[in-house]
Write a protein that binds this ligand. Structure first.
Ligand SMILES: C[S@@+](CC[C@H](N)C(=O)[O-])C[C@H]1O[C@@H](n2cnc3c(N)ncnc32)[C@H](O)[C@@H]1O
Length: 244
Protein backbone atom coordinates (compact mmCIF):
# COMPACT_ATOMS: atom_id res chain seq x y z
CA UNK A 1 0.00 0.00 0.00
CA UNK A 2 1.25 3.51 -0.80
CA UNK A 3 1.54 5.89 2.17
CA UNK A 4 -1.26 8.14 0.86
CA UNK A 5 -3.72 5.23 0.59
CA UNK A 6 -3.06 4.35 4.19
CA UNK A 7 -2.54 7.63 6.08
CA UNK A 8 -5.46 9.68 4.71
CA UNK A 9 -7.79 6.76 5.34
CA UNK A 10 -6.86 6.62 9.04
CA UNK A 11 -8.81 8.40 11.77
CA UNK A 12 -5.53 9.88 13.01
CA UNK A 13 -5.09 12.03 9.89
CA UNK A 14 -8.34 13.83 10.73
CA UNK A 15 -7.33 14.29 14.37
CA UNK A 16 -3.86 15.64 13.56
CA UNK A 17 -5.18 18.10 10.96
CA UNK A 18 -8.34 19.08 12.86
CA UNK A 19 -7.36 22.78 12.59
CA UNK A 20 -7.86 22.48 8.80
CA UNK A 21 -11.56 22.92 9.40
CA UNK A 22 -14.77 24.22 7.86
CA UNK A 23 -14.01 27.78 8.96
CA UNK A 24 -10.78 27.78 6.95
CA UNK A 25 -12.60 26.21 3.99
CA UNK A 26 -15.41 28.84 4.19
CA UNK A 27 -12.96 31.71 4.11
CA UNK A 28 -11.01 30.35 1.15
CA UNK A 29 -14.10 29.41 -0.89
CA UNK A 30 -15.72 32.81 -0.23
CA UNK A 31 -12.58 34.55 -1.52
CA UNK A 32 -12.21 32.27 -4.55
CA UNK A 33 -15.85 32.79 -5.54
CA UNK A 34 -15.48 36.56 -5.20
CA UNK A 35 -12.52 36.51 -7.58
CA UNK A 36 -13.93 34.06 -10.16
CA UNK A 37 -17.62 35.12 -10.10
CA UNK A 38 -18.88 31.80 -11.54
CA UNK A 39 -22.27 31.59 -13.28
CA UNK A 40 -24.94 30.03 -11.09
CA UNK A 41 -25.08 26.87 -13.27
CA UNK A 42 -21.32 26.26 -13.03
CA UNK A 43 -20.05 22.73 -12.47
CA UNK A 44 -17.19 22.23 -9.99
CA UNK A 45 -14.82 19.31 -9.47
CA UNK A 46 -13.05 19.11 -6.09
CA UNK A 47 -10.18 16.70 -6.77
CA UNK A 48 -8.81 15.20 -3.55
CA UNK A 49 -11.87 16.48 -1.70
CA UNK A 50 -11.21 14.53 1.54
CA UNK A 51 -14.27 14.73 3.76
CA UNK A 52 -15.67 17.45 1.51
CA UNK A 53 -15.19 20.63 3.52
CA UNK A 54 -14.70 22.79 0.39
CA UNK A 55 -17.23 20.90 -1.78
CA UNK A 56 -19.92 21.37 0.87
CA UNK A 57 -19.29 25.12 1.09
CA UNK A 58 -19.43 25.55 -2.69
CA UNK A 59 -22.65 23.53 -2.85
CA UNK A 60 -24.14 25.70 -0.08
CA UNK A 61 -23.76 28.65 -2.45
CA UNK A 62 -25.96 26.77 -4.92
CA UNK A 63 -23.36 25.30 -7.27
CA UNK A 64 -23.11 21.77 -8.64
CA UNK A 65 -20.08 19.97 -7.19
CA UNK A 66 -18.48 16.57 -7.74
CA UNK A 67 -15.99 15.58 -5.06
CA UNK A 68 -13.43 12.89 -5.88
CA UNK A 69 -11.09 11.22 -3.41
CA UNK A 70 -9.28 7.94 -2.91
CA UNK A 71 -10.02 7.64 0.81
CA UNK A 72 -13.14 5.61 1.56
CA UNK A 73 -13.22 6.71 5.21
CA UNK A 74 -13.03 10.43 4.35
CA UNK A 75 -15.76 10.03 1.75
CA UNK A 76 -18.02 8.31 4.30
CA UNK A 77 -18.11 11.62 6.20
CA UNK A 78 -18.74 13.61 3.01
CA UNK A 79 -21.54 11.38 1.76
CA UNK A 80 -23.85 12.52 4.61
CA UNK A 81 -24.02 15.90 2.83
CA UNK A 82 -24.83 14.55 -0.66
CA UNK A 83 -27.78 16.07 -2.50
CA UNK A 84 -28.94 16.54 -6.08
CA UNK A 85 -26.13 18.99 -6.79
CA UNK A 86 -23.42 17.48 -4.57
CA UNK A 87 -22.00 14.04 -5.32
CA UNK A 88 -18.92 12.24 -4.05
CA UNK A 89 -16.96 9.52 -5.84
CA UNK A 90 -14.11 7.24 -4.80
CA UNK A 91 -11.52 7.45 -7.55
CA UNK A 92 -7.79 7.87 -8.05
CA UNK A 93 -7.15 11.35 -9.50
CA UNK A 94 -4.98 9.69 -12.17
CA UNK A 95 -8.08 7.93 -13.48
CA UNK A 96 -10.53 10.79 -13.97
CA UNK A 97 -11.79 10.73 -17.53
CA UNK A 98 -14.28 13.60 -17.85
CA UNK A 99 -14.11 15.69 -21.01
CA UNK A 100 -15.13 19.38 -21.21
CA UNK A 101 -17.37 18.92 -18.19
CA UNK A 102 -16.27 21.36 -15.49
CA UNK A 103 -16.19 25.14 -15.25
CA UNK A 104 -13.91 25.01 -12.23
CA UNK A 105 -11.55 22.26 -11.01
CA UNK A 106 -10.04 22.60 -7.55
CA UNK A 107 -7.16 20.78 -5.90
CA UNK A 108 -6.93 22.17 -2.38
CA UNK A 109 -4.76 21.90 0.70
CA UNK A 110 -1.85 19.95 -0.75
CA UNK A 111 -3.82 17.15 -2.38
CA UNK A 112 -1.01 16.66 -4.87
CA UNK A 113 2.65 15.68 -5.14
CA UNK A 114 2.24 12.15 -3.78
CA UNK A 115 3.39 9.99 -6.65
CA UNK A 116 6.88 8.47 -6.88
CA UNK A 117 6.89 8.87 -10.63
CA UNK A 118 6.69 12.56 -11.52
CA UNK A 119 5.08 11.60 -14.86
CA UNK A 120 1.94 10.79 -12.85
CA UNK A 121 1.72 14.42 -11.72
CA UNK A 122 1.90 15.57 -15.32
CA UNK A 123 -0.74 12.97 -16.22
CA UNK A 124 -3.13 14.40 -13.59
CA UNK A 125 -2.64 17.90 -15.02
CA UNK A 126 -3.42 16.58 -18.51
CA UNK A 127 -6.59 14.95 -17.18
CA UNK A 128 -7.61 18.18 -15.46
CA UNK A 129 -7.05 20.10 -18.68
CA UNK A 130 -9.32 17.67 -20.56
CA UNK A 131 -11.97 17.78 -17.82
CA UNK A 132 -12.22 21.59 -18.03
CA UNK A 133 -14.58 23.42 -20.37
CA UNK A 134 -13.05 26.16 -22.54
CA UNK A 135 -12.49 29.27 -20.37
CA UNK A 136 -12.74 27.04 -17.29
CA UNK A 137 -10.50 27.59 -14.25
CA UNK A 138 -8.15 25.28 -12.38
CA UNK A 139 -7.11 26.25 -8.86
CA UNK A 140 -4.32 24.46 -7.04
CA UNK A 141 -3.43 25.21 -3.42
CA UNK A 142 -0.06 23.76 -2.41
CA UNK A 143 2.60 24.53 0.21
CA UNK A 144 5.28 27.00 -0.77
CA UNK A 145 8.16 24.68 -1.64
CA UNK A 146 10.56 27.63 -2.21
CA UNK A 147 10.05 28.81 1.37
CA UNK A 148 10.66 25.32 2.76
CA UNK A 149 13.85 24.92 0.73
CA UNK A 150 15.13 28.36 1.76
CA UNK A 151 14.08 28.65 5.38
CA UNK A 152 13.22 25.31 6.98
CA UNK A 153 15.83 23.34 8.91
CA UNK A 154 16.56 19.96 7.31
CA UNK A 155 15.26 18.15 10.38
CA UNK A 156 12.35 19.16 12.65
CA UNK A 157 10.84 17.21 15.53
CA UNK A 158 7.54 18.09 17.19
CA UNK A 159 5.30 16.47 19.75
CA UNK A 160 1.63 17.19 20.36
CA UNK A 161 -1.24 15.70 22.31
CA UNK A 162 -4.64 15.92 20.65
CA UNK A 163 -7.76 14.11 21.91
CA UNK A 164 -5.52 12.30 24.47
CA UNK A 165 -3.42 10.88 21.63
CA UNK A 166 0.33 11.52 21.42
CA UNK A 167 1.67 12.51 17.99
CA UNK A 168 5.47 12.53 17.56
CA UNK A 169 6.36 13.99 14.19
CA UNK A 170 9.76 13.95 12.49
CA UNK A 171 10.02 16.16 9.40
CA UNK A 172 12.91 16.05 6.92
CA UNK A 173 13.44 17.31 3.44
CA UNK A 174 15.95 17.01 0.64
CA UNK A 175 15.86 18.89 -2.65
CA UNK A 176 13.07 16.67 -4.05
CA UNK A 177 10.69 15.67 -1.24
CA UNK A 178 9.43 16.55 2.19
CA UNK A 179 9.14 13.49 4.44
CA UNK A 180 7.15 13.12 7.66
CA UNK A 181 7.22 10.18 10.04
CA UNK A 182 4.21 10.32 12.35
CA UNK A 183 4.39 8.10 15.43
CA UNK A 184 1.09 7.83 17.26
CA UNK A 185 0.54 6.52 20.78
CA UNK A 186 -3.10 5.90 21.55
CA UNK A 187 -4.35 3.87 24.52
CA UNK A 188 -1.06 2.04 24.95
CA UNK A 189 -0.77 1.11 21.27
CA UNK A 190 1.70 2.62 18.81
CA UNK A 191 1.16 3.23 15.10
CA UNK A 192 3.51 4.73 12.52
CA UNK A 193 2.46 6.56 9.35
CA UNK A 194 4.46 8.38 6.71
CA UNK A 195 4.02 11.32 4.35
CA UNK A 196 6.25 11.91 1.35
CA UNK A 197 5.33 14.91 -0.77
CA UNK A 198 7.23 16.24 -3.76
CA UNK A 199 8.56 19.80 -3.39
CA UNK A 200 6.85 21.36 -6.40
CA UNK A 201 7.72 24.96 -7.23
CA UNK A 202 5.62 27.40 -9.23
CA UNK A 203 7.85 26.82 -12.28
CA UNK A 204 7.39 23.07 -12.03
CA UNK A 205 3.60 23.46 -11.89
CA UNK A 206 3.81 25.58 -15.03
CA UNK A 207 5.87 22.85 -16.70
CA UNK A 208 3.18 20.23 -16.04
CA UNK A 209 0.93 22.28 -18.34
CA UNK A 210 3.59 22.89 -20.99
CA UNK A 211 2.23 22.50 -24.53
CA UNK A 212 -1.38 22.80 -23.30
CA UNK A 213 -3.60 25.78 -24.04
CA UNK A 214 -4.00 27.01 -20.50
CA UNK A 215 -2.61 30.15 -18.88
CA UNK A 216 -1.68 31.17 -15.37
CA UNK A 217 -4.01 34.04 -14.40
CA UNK A 218 -3.12 34.70 -10.74
CA UNK A 219 -0.80 33.61 -7.94
CA UNK A 220 -1.70 34.05 -4.27
CA UNK A 221 0.15 33.25 -1.05
CA UNK A 222 -2.61 32.52 1.46
CA UNK A 223 -6.32 31.87 1.90
CA UNK A 224 -7.03 35.61 2.19
CA UNK A 225 -5.64 35.80 -1.36
CA UNK A 226 -2.76 38.07 -0.44
CA UNK A 227 0.01 38.32 -3.02
CA UNK A 228 2.44 35.38 -3.25
CA UNK A 229 5.95 35.98 -1.98
CA UNK A 230 8.35 33.10 -2.67
CA UNK A 231 10.28 33.66 0.59
CA UNK A 232 7.51 34.42 3.07
CA UNK A 233 4.17 33.00 1.84
CA UNK A 234 3.01 29.76 3.42
CA UNK A 235 0.89 28.70 0.46
CA UNK A 236 1.26 28.72 -3.30
CA UNK A 237 -2.19 29.20 -4.85
CA UNK A 238 -2.30 29.18 -8.63
CA UNK A 239 -5.31 29.99 -10.79
CA UNK A 240 -5.13 28.79 -14.40
CA UNK A 241 -7.65 29.45 -17.18
CA UNK A 242 -8.11 27.13 -20.16
CA UNK A 243 -8.10 29.00 -23.47
CA UNK A 244 -11.28 29.24 -25.48
C1 LIG B 1 -4.19 16.75 2.57
S1 LIG B 1 -5.70 15.97 2.16
C2 LIG B 1 -6.74 17.31 1.72
C3 LIG B 1 -8.19 16.96 1.63
C4 LIG B 1 -9.13 18.13 1.28
N1 LIG B 1 -8.79 18.76 0.02
C5 LIG B 1 -9.15 19.15 2.39
O1 LIG B 1 -8.72 20.29 2.16
O2 LIG B 1 -9.59 18.83 3.49
C6 LIG B 1 -5.32 15.17 0.64
C7 LIG B 1 -6.42 14.32 0.08
O3 LIG B 1 -6.01 13.78 -1.19
C8 LIG B 1 -6.52 12.45 -1.28
N2 LIG B 1 -5.74 11.68 -2.24
C9 LIG B 1 -4.47 11.24 -2.09
N3 LIG B 1 -4.08 10.59 -3.19
C10 LIG B 1 -5.11 10.60 -4.04
C11 LIG B 1 -5.31 10.08 -5.35
N4 LIG B 1 -4.35 9.41 -5.96
N5 LIG B 1 -6.49 10.28 -5.94
C12 LIG B 1 -7.49 10.97 -5.30
N6 LIG B 1 -7.35 11.49 -4.06
C13 LIG B 1 -6.18 11.30 -3.44
C14 LIG B 1 -6.41 11.92 0.13
O4 LIG B 1 -7.19 10.77 0.34
C15 LIG B 1 -6.80 13.12 0.95
O5 LIG B 1 -8.17 13.14 1.23
Amino acid sequence: MKWFENWFDSKYYHILYQNRDNQEANLFIKNILTVLEPQQDSQFLDLGCGSGRHSIQINKKGFHVDGVDLSKKSLEKAIDYQNEKLKFYQEDMRNINSINKYDIVLNLFTSFGYFDNDKDHELVFQKIFKALKNNGYFIIDFFNAKKILKTHPKHIFEKKILNNILFEIEKNHDSQFIYKKIKITDGGKTYVYHEKVRLITKQKFLNYFKNLKINLKSTYGDYHLNKYNSTSSDRLILIFQKNA
